[in-house]
Design a protein around this ligand. Structure first.
Ligand code: NAG
Ligand code: NAG
Ligand code: NAG
Ligand code: NAG
Ligand code: NAG
Length: 540
């Protein structure tokens, strides 16, 4: 064991430059992305969309574990812009995370190059704009990371793959939506639901008898979606990079910002079938999109009735979420079993009891996390922290548990200070009537419990301490709680946010600083040579 660690350090010394730590043997994949406005017609009416290289949705990143990804992003919009890599751990380099707490935005008519490694990650992820309401106009896409060929996967290699980006959609355009939020008003129900950019036109052709992997991600901004395929069942195989227990499902919920993979075998009679994504937790109104699963050679169009989704929202949703479990014996991205970490036996050193509330400040709608409604400072937190620039944030803004009445909140720049390798319990409490989807960048946490009403320490007895799934985005049901356990072993400044973009834009986010008192490029990469500087941070 000691020898192995020594060897790793030695290899580390050989391949780490002080600036960018990569394994020289891992391949590089280069992308040049031109981000522009363009007219799109997702719901049949023209609207301004955000395109990447002319595409809506944006192009997928297809890669293999440990690949180095270099993306040169040209911002040809009229507003500052950043893309964030949802679920990509950016090991040791939150510099590449693409949120305003870590990066200065790319100004209009200029470019910036992201460089990161898909270190020890395998699975389905997404990217999307993190700035303003850009995400409501496009700029999103899939990141599909295949396992290295030497690492066996716990299911037969599928005959093919399909990426499905499902989302709610608004025809108003991102600037109109932003105006609404700036005026202190909430977003209405979406105007439609899209499957790969269309409410009803996407067609996937497969062959009878073959098995396909469907990578399904909810890239919407507000609405949980249920996914199902007429006449077919789905075998869940992956949840945000973890191999799940392979359970069969007729319908599956995918909450905002989440990604899963299922296997689907085309065992039906050769004809076309409907693929459906429909809204959940939207009261009496259900909005659906449909796509077509076309059996090659068939001439029979899909016909109704459409498969129906679950009608009980909270109860079904929570029960369903609890069925998603980790396959403990399957390999991770490395050839060690996923279950070897034994997260249930590790001592929790700190509990963050986070209450997610809506509130009014100056008579305008805001959202808060433990009584603080986040405001982005001019200077990215990461730059302020690295260069010891005072007056940007303070660790005293937010408390580990809410101490003021849930309805009240103040504006602030909230950062939790944690120590590298801390094993932390995070409890998300949702007192509101709407569903939440919470996310932590740079880390994945084991989901150990979902429950109704208010969490108490007693709930720990009901935790799943054996085979909870590590993931990056956690559903928190209405008037309920969700508990996760996180090993904070990635140094950096990490965004903890609501994936509901209305909530995040209006303050429901904060940052988690993971650090220790030694500065070492082995545990955290130096500021990138091409870093942009803004606010109080000046180019050194
Ligand atoms: C902008 O793009 C050019 C290539 O067109 C590249 O040489 C340069 O490094 C990029 N700038 C940044 C800051 O990444
Ligand atoms: C498919 O979706 C479109 C757009 O939502 C809808 O107009 C159409 O009725 C749907 N088709 C079926 C068979 O429900
Ligand atoms: C778990 O993974 C193993 C591979 O280690 C595989 O053989 C098995 O089928 C998987 N079980 C389930 C229920 O997913
Ligand atoms: C967690 O926060 C909630 C909401 O403020 C509070 O009611 C509860 O007592 C807290 N629980 C603990 C154990 O701190
Ligand atoms: C923040 O946490 C780091 C790592 O544990 C510690 O070294 C530092 O003293 C803390 N800073 C403050 C102001 O608490």
């Amino acid at each position: 064991m000691k020898q192995a660690i020594f060897l790793q350090i030695l290899i580390g010394i050989l391949v780490c430059s002080s600036v960018f730590c990569v394994n020289a043997e891992d391949p590089y994949r280069y992308f040049t992305w031109i981000v522009t406005y363009g007219t799109i017609y997702p719901l049949g009416v023209a609207q301004q969309g955000i395109l990447i290289n002319g595409q809506f949705p944006g192009p997928p990143i297809e890669a293999v574990t440990n690949d180095n990804i270099i993306v040169n992003v040209f911002n040809n919009l009229d507003e500052p812009f950043l893309i964030t890599w949802n679920g990509i751990k950016q090991r040791r380099t939150s510099w590449q995370d693409g949120v305003l707490g870590t990066n200065c935005p790319i100004p209009p008519n200029s470019n910036w190059t992201y460089k990161y490694q898909l270190k020890d990650q395998v699975g389905s992820y997404t990217y999307f704009p993190s700035t303003l309401l850009h995400r409501a106009a496009g700029g999103f896409g899939a990141i599909n990371v295949a396992a290295r060929s030497v690492i066996p996967i716990p299911y037969p290699i599928p005959d093919g793959e399909l990426t499905l980006l499902i989302s709610d959609w608004y025809s108003a355009g991102h600037k109109a939506l932003q105006k609404k939020l700036d005026a202190g008003l909430p977003l209405p129900l979406p105007d439609g639901v899209l499957i790969n950019g269309s409410p009803n036109k996407f067609i996937f052709t497969g062959e009878q008898g073959k098995t396909y992997r469907l990578r399904i991600s909810n890239v919407g901004i507000k609405t949980s979606l249920n996914f199902r395929i007429q006449g077919h069942t789905m075998t869940l195989i992956e949840v945000e990079g973890a191999h799940s227990l392979q359970e069969l499902y007729d319908t599956i919920d995918v909450h905002v910002g989440q990604s899963i993979s299922v296997l689907v075998t085309l065992h039906g009679t050769p004809k076309d079938y409907f693929i459906v994504a429909s809204t959940r937790f939207t009261g009496r109104t259900t909005i659906s999109a449909n796509a077509t699963l076309h059996y090659a050679g068939s001439n029979t169009p899909a016909s109704g009735p459409l498969p129906i989704g679950p009608t009980y929202h909270i109860h079904w949703g929570m029960k369903h979420a609890r069925t998603i479990r980790l396959n403990l014996t399957a390999n991770a991205a490395r050839p060690n079993p996923q279950g070897s970490f034994h997260y249930g036996t590790i001592q929790v050193v700190r509990t963050l009891n986070l209450t997610l509330s809506s509130t009014k400040i100056d008579n305008k709608l805001r959202y808060a996390l433990n009584g603080v409604s986040y405001v982005d400072p001019e200077t990215p937190l990461k730059l302020a922290d690295w260069f010891n620039i005072p007056g940007v944030f303070s660790f005293n803004t937010i408390k580990d548990t809410l101490t003021t009445p849930p309805g009240s909140a103040v504006l602030g720049t909230s950062v939790f200070n944690t120590t590298l390798h801390d094993f932390v319990e995070i409890v998300f409490q949702n007192p509101e009537k709407s569903i939440q989807s919470m996310h932590l960048d740079g880390n994945s946490c084991y989901v150990v419990g979902y429950g109704s009403f208010t969490w108490t320490p007693d709930m720990r007895k009901r935790y799943n301490l054996a085979d909870g799934t590590p993931r990056h985005t956690y559903a928190v049901f209405p008037q309920s709680w969700t508990a996760v356990l996180c090993s904070l072993d990635n140094k950096g400044m990490w965004n903890l946010r609501s994936q509901m973009w209305e909530n995040r834009y209006l303050g429901q986010q904060c940052y988690v600083r993971v650090s220790n008192d030694e500065k070492s490029f082995f545990t955290e990469a130096d500021v990138p040579l091409n870093a942009l500087y803004c606010g109080k941070a000046k180019h050194p």
